[in-house]
Design a binder for this molecule. Structure first.
Ligand code: AHM
Ligand code: MG
Length: 335
């Protein structure tokens, strides 16, 4: 049997009893997926397309923007502005929210995205991705422009989340709350075809992902977790572990969804500062991970229950194999 397209999958979802995917959400996801195809095309041009390197500008986080950060951000804004599915958008690359201009019809959803996650990898031809999160606009927004506060909903309110990964293959990994499905871009015919799903995180795989250079920032609990795994067969666990770090959350999370293990970007326990953004990275990835049977915490508490207080708020992230996440979060005795 041929592999179903993303459109076919979404229509099937729409027709399910008690569907979590009404037509407007389906059309919004299709628009995002189309934009990701264009981003994929821009990335693949590399130096030939004059898309590599940095700009002089900084984003709201004070990070130097890559050309592709801005290109992908504009592509997502342009693709999603006029379709009538959204009330507003917010992006890691923009200080303020982007309400849908009055010249276009407004819809009932809010779209949040990290246009190019892992963008330090772009110039060296390693995997990067686009992460997105979809919320329902609060009902009282009809008849007025959306405001920043409308976006500050906990992650368990997301109606869909996903990412595109631009790697050896271009994939879209998506949930509308009914499991996680993977689609591969068939570039010649321009369509996304389902290649895996529902994904279930394999458990008991001995692999962890952490930036070791941040060791001085770890809490005693994180330090113990990592140290024991580095000692491996010669330590209390008596078995070897492997470590992987791509500096691209999309790639690290994708590996965990397919192969198991745990991803850690804890907060700096000395001052509580964290790297990853709650609304653009932690929430959508946590929804995907939980939908695939995994767990996601900030090191102690469930990320999807975190109450956002700011658009660009950051949070510690520990996600993946539920058993390993529970060990890190101190909910289980180390085994
Ligand atoms: P970005 O969205 O600005 O690219 O930053 C997020 C990325 C994640 O993809 C990745 O897990 C992390 O930053 C890597 O951080 P580090 O540079 O500490 O390795
Ligand atoms: Mg990012």
């Amino acid at each position: 049997m041929s592999k179903p397209t993303l459109s076919r999958f979404l229509i099937d979802q729409q027709r399910m009893p008690d569907s979590t995917c009404p037509a407007e959400l389906r059309l919004l996801i299709e628009t995002i997926a189309r934009a990701c195809k264009v981003i994929n095309h821009a990335i693949s041009k590399g130096a030939l397309g004059d898309v590599l390197g940095s700009l002089d500008s900084e984003n709201v986080q004070g990070e130097v923007q890559k050309k592709l950060d801005v290109i992908a951000n504009d592509l997502l804004l342009d693709a999603n502005e006029w379709g009538g599915h959204l009330a507003g958008m917010a992006s890691e690359e923009m200080e303020a929210i982007h309400p849908i201009p009055n010249r276009y019809p407004k819809g009932e959803y809010l779209l949040l995205f990290d246009p190019i996650d892992g963008s330090s990898n772009v110039d060296v031809d390693l995997s990067v991705g686009t992460i997105f999160s979809i919320l329902r606009a609060p009902e009282h927004t009809s008849g007025r422009d959306v405001e920043e506060g409308d976006f500050l909903q906990p992650g368990h309110c997301q109606v869909a989340a996903g990412y595109a990964i631009y790697g050896p293959q271009t994939l879209m990994v998506l949930t509308v709350g009914t499991g996680v499905y993977e689609f591969t871009l068939d570039a010649e015919i321009g369509s996304w075809r389902m290649t895996d799903g529902p994904l279930k995180i394999p458990t008991g795989r001995r692999e962890f992902a952490i930036n070791m250079a941040r060791r001085r920032q770890w809490s005693p609990a994180i330090s113990q977790y990592v140290e024991e795994r580095i000692l491996g067969a010669e330590g209390p666990l008596g078995v070897d572990y492997n470590m992987r770090w791509t500096a691209s959350m999309v790639a690290d999370v994708h590996r965990i969804l397919k192969r198991g293990g745990v991803f850690l970007y804890p907060e700096d326990h000395r001052n509580g500062k964290a790297k990853l953004r709650l609304l653009y990275e932690a929430n959508p990835m946590s929804m995907l991970i939980e939908q695939a049977g995994g767990a996601a915490t900030d090191g102690a508490n469930r990320i999807l229950d975190a109450e956002p207080v700011g658009l660009h708020q950051r949070i510690g992230v520990v996600l993946g194999d539920p058993q390993e996440v529970a060990i890190v979060s101190g909910q289980l005795a180390d085994a």
